[in-house]
Design a protein around this ligand. Structure first.
Ligand code: IMP
Ligand code: MG
Length: 202
């Protein structure tokens, strides 16, 4: 259980631990049905997809490998700039393999569009996307989500792998931060930005 210190920062629980568990189980079932007889590679996008990929992998009763990519984007911590680069590439050669990208949340879609394009050049047998959350409102790049956990309104969420200024990833649910926390952390992030530092993606 996460301490009161962290829970005090949360205004609302948007998606409960139980709702996530149920939905991840359903997604796993869908993926098993679709990939039956095949071997797949789950590609998690660090760090946000950490919790999701672990739970999803356990819900998929098929032979599978897990690999990770890490992406970095310039820009404010709550808004994607669309400028992306790979900071950690896959260890696996995905040529001729069935690849399923696992992402925490799709906002503008620019991150996933970039990852999809990069991986497509490596000639996988198939390439699909599984995202836990979708904020459709903000979409700038057209990306098809083959599997989706939940569509949510355009608001900043934390928990279950999703962070704000690197905090709150350890919450078991998806929640909304109290506005004052958000303001504090935003001020901090802006200060770092003015210093010219990278905001790690994830
Ligand atoms: P996109 O390129 O705009 O689709 O950005 C997607 C990435 O931005 C996600 O993988 C997250 O790392 C981050 N992100 C977008 N919205 C949120 C949010 O509400 N909470 C935490 N991270 C977010
Ligand atoms: Mg992410």
């Amino acid at each position: 259980m996460v301490s009161e210190i962290v829970l005090d920062d949360i205004q609302d629980v948007l998606i409960t631990e139980e709702a996530i568990r149920n939905r991840v189980g359903e997604l796993g079932g869908q993926i098993v049905a679709d990939y039956e007889g095949k071997e797949l590679i789950l590609v998690g996008v660090l760090k946000g997809a950490l919790m999701f990929i672990v739970d999803l992998a356990r819900a998929i009763d098929l032979p599978l490998e897990i690999d990770f990519m890490a992406i970095s984007s310039y820009g404010k911590s709550t808004a994607s700039s669309g400028v992306v680069r790979i900071v950690k590439d896959l260890d696996t050669n995905i040529e001729g393999r069935h690849v399923l990208i696992v992402e925490d949340i799709v906002d503008t879609g620019l991150t996933l569009k970039y990852i999809r394009e990069v991986l497509e050049t490596r000639n996988p047998a198939s390439l699909r996307i599984c995202a836990l959350l979708d904020k459709k409102k903000q979409r700038k790049a057209d990306v098809r989500l083959d599997y989706l956990g939940f569509e949510i309104a355009d608001q900043f969420v934390v928990g279950y792998g999703l962070d704000f200024a690197e905090l709150y990833r350890n919450l078991a649910f998806i929640g909304i931060l109290k506005p004052e926390k958000y303001a504090d952390a935003q001020a901090m992030a802006d200060r770092q930005l003015r210093g010219g530092n990278y905001q790690p993606g994830g």
